[in-house]
Design a protein around this ligand. Structure first.
Ligand SMILES: [Zn+2]
Length: 350
């Protein structure tokens, strides 16, 4: 079993050619050996046809997807990246499209999962840019500019697991209830979305099966993985907002969005208001209210009584690597104390 994996990997890497093959090859062998050691029982079950193909992520197995498989590949720097491929007939994701989600650091030490609903502006080839041009796909309507980068940095700084959605919110907004008429927008910030017009129910369900459900299953799996290890994990969702919408400027630097559970948002707002010598404009349920739009945090944490909240950072503040670093620092510092409070990690209903 192990030997077969090594030969397969060698062939793939050699085809790539110009990157440091020797180093990458050695790294890849270590990754596969680690996976095999931790998961040999399940891998045997898959090989024997006793279980569905599974998602392998950082040595953790999430055996929930029928006919799907996640394996690790190496990028130019020799680091492991996940590569998702689905064989389901009903998926809109083709073999050369990105995976519907990305899991980072699933065994991180922090008792908190980071989620990023609007991390990506990717559209699968099968949907042909939804009829939009590249300039439109670069806008805030397609994704939360800077949110994925802040999430990645925060995952590192806090040693926290993170799940990032792999596709544009224009395909289906994963932070809306399935079936909500606004979840597959016909128009976004005055721009009509040609590829979303006149979709029948089957076409809408394809969006759900291809993008929405894989992402939420990954988030549920990652959170359950942390909770099995204990104590009760927190959920923190990272968004960014456009500085101007509908002719209205929004002056907040960051907004904390929450519904009924004050355990995370109250100390977080306090710490953000003290950060950078008290110069930040911190919104309380602004520019959106977590009492109205909070599908992901309500679904995965609120309903179970796990501590949760979301933030919205103004997009012009995280457009550059320096801006991303700054906000990852601010949030990591705020969370260091919040997560260290043992009373946070309990199930409580509000
Ligand atoms: Zn968002």
């Amino acid at each position: 079993m192990v030997r077969i994996e090594i030969i397969f990997v060698k062939g793939r890497l050699l085809r790539r050619g110009r990157y440091g093959i020797v180093r990458a090859f050695a790294t890849r062998i270590l990754v596969r050996l680690r996976l095999c050691r931790r998961s040999s029982g399940v891998e045997r079950a898959i090989g024997n046809g006793e279980a569905d193909s599974s998602i392998l992520s950082g040595g953790t197995i999430y055996p929930h997807y029928r006919n799907s498989q996640l394996t690790k590949t190496l990028d130019a720097a020799g680091s492991a990246r996940e590569n998702f491929s689905m064989n389901t007939q009903n998926t809109l994701i083709g073999p050369n499209d990105p995976p519907p989600f990305e899991v980072l650091n699933p065994d991180g030490a922090a008792s908190m999962l980071l989620v990023c609903d609007h991390a990506s502006r990717a559209i699968p080839k099968s949907l042909d840019t939804l009829g939009l041009d590249q300039k439109q796909l670069d806008l805030h309507i397609a994704w939360d500019i800077g949110a994925a980068d802040v999430t990645r940095q925060l995952s590192e700084r806090l040693d926290a697991a993170a799940v990032l959605a792999g596709y544009s919110r224009l395909l289906i907004d994963v932070n809306r209830q399935d079936g909500d008429p606004g979840s597959i927008p016909l128009v976004s910030d005055t721009i009509p979305i040609p590829g979303n017009q006149d979709l029948n129910e089957d076409e809408q369900r394809q969006r759900v099966e291809s993008f929405f459900r894989p992402y939420h299953t990954a988030a549920a799996d990652a959170l359950a993985h942390l909770w099995r290890r204990g104590p009760a994990p927190a959920l923190f969702s990272i968004h960014t907002f456009t500085p101007s919408l509908g002719g209205e400027d929004r002056y907040w630097d960051i907004g904390v969005l929450w519904n009924r559970d004050p355990r995370m948002p109250t100390p977080l707002m306090e710490k953000l208001r003290m950060a950078e010598d008290g110069t930040l404009h911190v919104g309380d349920n602004e520019p959106y209210s977590g009492r109205e739009i909070a599908y992901t945090i309500d679904l995965h944490a609120g309903a179970a009584g796990l501590p949760n909240c979301a933030v919205e950072i103004r997009q012009d503040l995280v457009e550059t690597p320096e801006g991303v670093e700054r906000w990852a620092d601010i949030l990591a510092e705020a969370f260091a104390d919040i997560l260290a409070d043992d009373t946070l990690h309990r199930v409580e209903h509000f």
